[in-house]
Design a protein. Structure first.
Length: 489
């Protein structure tokens, strides 16, 4: 079975997310709405009753009762323990009645009282609820003087209160019972309206969700498809393409990785072409000579020991030359890598130069040459020891190869001031001024200067090692007098 595309998966996940959101909304607005409403209503009744109790001994007690009963749709009675009504208020009572103004409920229990706390005159009295007697019985049986319960679809909260404050001359405080009730389940009709509305909202939202999901999936899949197409182009040697950025950070990181890969592949391709173009001749020459002299030994000089030894000596020399050529190519290729790993440490450049010079001196002496040394001890630098050894080796080897009779003498100097200097001087043919800017180029020796080097990579390797160490490398030369190569770290 074929794996679904990124666009299809994103579209399906978005649709699933939309369906889950609306399922949750249906559950909350239909199944859970009634319970949520009832719970909030009960809490509102408790809070309103407690606010009335807190205001029972204040001057604006009846205003507070009117206001709360009107705003929260509550039915409130204040009676004595026998059910005689002192005061009543409901959702239709205009709150903040003016003192002395008749209200829709309430009566004076004792009109002869000099300071009657009730602000209304006798009027049409609201009938008590049918279950009021059982409410009074619950209050009487309550040790805390407070009750709350649900009867049918009504939540009832009751408490004993004291209205007014007693004073020393005349007791104006009245013991009373507060009855507060509210209707539960009133959301039933609203729930049916909400269900119809949700049907429309759900249908329209799902249609809109399908469209938005398709657009989002298409928008997200487009840069990924482009990356896929461009990644395929890498396998077809199209390395010059640069990938688009700006859609999101993760894809930008992937773009960056692909761009770096494309650059490395391009560099590898260019190096491969250059290697084939410039090294093919250098490899072909020793291989041709090895094959020719091997055939000569087989066909002509096999019986002539002296000639055979000369021919095999040339074969060995050419094989060594080819080995050195391959090694230099591999060394240069390794140094050209951007992620070349360096192992920096404290390196005694004086001792390292002495060691390299010791290796050259016996063979150079056999050819009639001499090596003069001016090496100041204890010149410590920080760098990669193997690379610095290769640099010194290449500079000394270059001097040895370009020395010529009668003055086959080279000078190797190491000294320090604020930096450490390495100078290697030969007294050979020198370098023409027009060539000084080109001698660091790879393969330049074998192509332009008569093939005196092995591969033409020696000085290129020197310059690359100096670059990796943030060091300086330079040359001064005069024709027929020699050259001095300087390395400063």
């Amino acid at each position: 079975m074929k794996t679904p595309s990124f666009r299809t998966k994103l579209w399906l996940y978005f649709i699933l997310f939309t369906a889950l959101i609306f399922s949750l909304l249906w559950i909350l607005q239909t199944v859970g709405l009634q319970n949520f409403y009832d719970g909030m209503m009960e809490q509102n009744i408790r809070n309103a009753a407690k606010m009335m109790i807190s205001a029972a001994q204040s001057d604006n007690f009846f205003d507070v009762v009117d206001k709360l009963s009107f705003e929260d749709s509550l039915l409130v009675y204040i009676t004595d323990e026998n059910g005689n009504v002192y005061f009543s208020s409901d959702a239709y009572t205009p709150y903040f009645r003016q003192p002395g103004r008749p209200g829709p409920g309430g009566s004076r229990i004792n009109p002869s009282r000099r300071n009657d706390p009730f602000p209304v005159s006798p009027g049409s009295l609201r009938n008590l609820p049918n279950n009021y007697q059982s409410f009074l019985e619950k209050i009487a049986a309550s040790e805390s003087g407070t009750v709350e319960y649900i009867e049918g679809n009504t939540f009832v909260y009751g408490s004993r209160i004291t209205i007014g404050e007693p004073d020393d001359d005349d007791d104006d405080a009245i013991a009373a019972i507060l009855y507060v009730s509210g209707t539960l389940g009133a959301v039933g009709a609203a729930a049916s309206i909400i269900r119809v509305q949700l049907l429309w909202v759900t249908g329209l939202s799902l249609i809109l969700g399908f469209i938005i999901a398709w657009l989002i999936a298409r928008r997200f899949s487009r840069p990924i498809n482009q990356l896929t197409d461009q990644a395929k182009m890498l396998s077809e040697d199209h390395y010059e393409d640069h990938f688009q950025k700006g859609f999101c950070r993760e894809l930008d990181d992937l773009n960056e990785s692909l761009t770096q890969s494309a650059e490395k592949l391009s560099e590898a391709r260019d190096y491969q072409k250059e290697l084939l173009a410039n090294v093919s001749h250098d490899l072909r020459t020793p291989l041709t000579m090895i094959k020719g002299y091997a055939e000569m030994v087989r066909d002509i000089s096999w019986e002539d020991e002296q000639q055979r030894n000369e021919d095999t000596g040339i074969i060995i020399k050419e094989a060594d030359r080819m080995t050195a050529l391959v090694n230099e190519i591999l060394e240069y290729s390794r140094l050209q890598e951007k992620d070349t790993e360096l192992h920096f440490m404290e390196v005694d450049l004086s001792a390292l130069t002495e060691d390299v010079t010791d290796r050259f001196e016996p063979l150079f002496r056999q050819e009639g040459g001499t090596i003069e040394r001016s090496i100041e001890p204890g010149c410590i630098v920080r760098g990669d020891r193997d690379m610095l050894e290769r640099l010194v080796f290449n500079l000394v080897d270059n001097a040895v190869r370009h020395s010529k009779a009668p003055d086959m003498r080279i000078t190797v100097s190491v000294y320090k001031d604020d930096r450490v200097h390495l100078d290697v001087t030969d007294h050979g043919e020198g370098i023409a001024p027009e060539d000084l800017d080109h001698i660091w180029e790879k393969y330049y020796t074998t192509r332009q200067r008569g093939g005196k080097g092995v591969s033409g990579l020696g000085l290129s390797i020197v310059r690359r090692i100096a670059s990796l160490h943030n060091a300086e490398v330079s040359v001064t030369s005069q024709l027929n007098q020699g050259s001095t190569f300087s390395f400063i770290l």
